[in-house]
Design a protein around this ligand. Structure first.
Ligand SMILES: O=C(O)[C@H](O)[C@H](O)COP(=O)(O)O
Ligand SMILES: [Mg+2]
Length: 309
């Protein structure tokens, strides 16, 4: 049964128990550009207590550098690039190190600049993505659009993730690449999140967008690189020996059961679910023990707010 964090003694005991705090971002630290309550104070408290904070997001619209800018813009200083892991970075590393795609091949992107930037940083050329030629503001879809009959023969992989700038042309082009060459072009997805938590409402998530081209092409992704895939956990453990040798000194904090909580549990960490994103207390209380988070709380800021009481 998950323990709800509601008092100072629980928080003091929790802070003594863990050295590594892995934070999901959307629905935990912020909702879009709205910082959630007492987040800076909580991160400052953890820093004062010499805790290691690492940020792990499935939101592929930004590259790691963009997240550093977002933290600074929201008044959170002192975070370094090696403390930020995103599904755009994890997917680009997959293309480079696992798929071993030759650098003279291109990657078709259904997604935003975060994916493009991480791929480019590894030396890849991308097509699609934020290309302005694929924006059809106010223009009726043209089934004879030249791009649909002039696919780029250099494309050697399709990488799909979250985009807020979706249109029928981008979906249709992605589908053409998934069907091309007898469906042989590798299909990589950044993450499976079905919804995107926004202020007070749930919007369409990357997983639902990817499901569209998956259903239409009759193909499932060959790899899904974000949480709960352990690739990012393994990278984090490779950089943090204390967590590698004793994962129970780590706490994974998130808002989604099938990504964040599974990611932490599968990595051998304890887990804290916060109710500021996707999940509800009612859902948590119905969970079987084997998938229930170790703890849950109304919001991450409760770590600070109860600590000082
Ligand atoms: O739709 C998505 O991709 C996800 O809702 C979103 O980006 C999750 O980000 P996270 O909560 O892992 O920071
Ligand atoms: Mg989240």
């Amino acid at each position: 049964m998950s323990v709800k964090l509601t008092n100072s003694e629980q928080i003091h005991n929790l802070l003594d128990q863990y050295d590594y705090f892995l934070f999901d971002c959307d629905g935990v630290l912020w909702l879009g550009d709205h910082l959630l309550p007492s987040v800076p104070e909580t991160l400052d408290l953890l820093k004062k207590l010499n805790k290691k904070c690492i940020f792990v997001t499935n939101n592929s619209t930004k590259a790691r550098d963009d997240y550093l800018s977002k933290f600074r813009k929201l008044g959170i200083e002192g975070i370094t690039k090696d403390e930020v892991f995103g599904s755009s970075y994890a997917s680009a590393v997959y293309v480079d190190k696992i798929l071993k795609l030759s650098k003279d091949k291109k990657v078709w992107v259904l997604g935003e600049e975060g994916i493009e930037k991480e791929l480019k940083e590894l030396g890849y050329t991308t097509v699609g993505g934020s290309d302005p030629l694929l924006v059809e503001d106010g223009v009726k879809f043209n089934p004879d659009h030249p791009a649909l009959s002039n696919l780029d023969e250099q494309v050697g992989a399709v990488l799909a993730g979250l985009t807020f700038n979706l249109n029928y042309l981008k979906l249709s082009l992605t589908m053409q690449y998934l069907l091309k060459d007898n469906k042989s072009i590798p299909f990589i997805a950044t993450n499976i999140d079905s919804t995107f938590p926004s202020k007070g409402k749930l919007l369409i998530g990357a997983g639902s967008i990817i499901e569209t081209v998956s259903f239409a092409s009759g193909r499932q992704p060959d790899a899904v690189c974000g949480k709960p895939n352990q690739a990012m956990m393994n990278s984090i453990k490779a950089d943090n020996e204390g967590l590698r040798t004793n994962p129970k000194r780590g706490l994974m904090i998130g808002d989604r059961l099938n990504t964040d909580m599974k990611f932490g549990r599968d990595g051998g960490l304890d887990t804290l679910l916060v109710l500021t994103g996707i999940e509800t207390e009612e859902n948590v209380l119905k969970l079987q023990q084997d998938v229930a988070p170790t703890y849950y709380a109304e919001k991450i800021g409760d770590l600070f707010e109860y600590y000082k009481k």
